[in-house]
Design a protein around this ligand. Structure first.
Ligand SMILES: [Zn+2]
Length: 107
């Protein structure tokens, strides 16, 4: 929460992360593996571990041997610090809209 004591996570963006769980999103590192369905979103890169802080040098890559462009450290559904968050992928937005229609929209 803003003004909280957890440095890096106290600008309010963690509330965005938690709200998006409520809207149907999973963590980008869900299942902690390069196998399986992960977060069930096709356009989020596979991520094997949570992100700690704001790693830029070297770029965080779970699977560089597979040509991995890098972990989604700027995605709100990772565990990066608040200042690292930038947004969601298109498929995450589509999932939220779908879940909203199914479970949250007033009947
Ligand atoms: Zn979470």
């Amino acid at each position: 929460m803003p003004a909280g004591t957890l440095i890096g996570y106290n600008s309010g963006m963690t509330a965005v992360h938690e709200t998006r769980h409520w809207m149907g999103l999973l963590h980008t590192f869900e299942s902690y593996s390069c196998d399986g369905s992960g977060d069930c979103i096709d356009d989020t890169p596979i991520e094997a571990t949570t992100t700690d802080g704001y790693p830029t040098s070297p770029n965080k890559q779970s699977f560089p041997e597979n040509g991995d462009p890098g972990d989604p450290i700027h995605n709100y559904m990772d565990y990066s610090v608040n200042s690292c968050y930038e947004g969601f992928t298109g498929d995450q937005v589509n999932r939220m809209r779908s879940m909203w229609g199914l479970y949250r929209d007033a009947y």
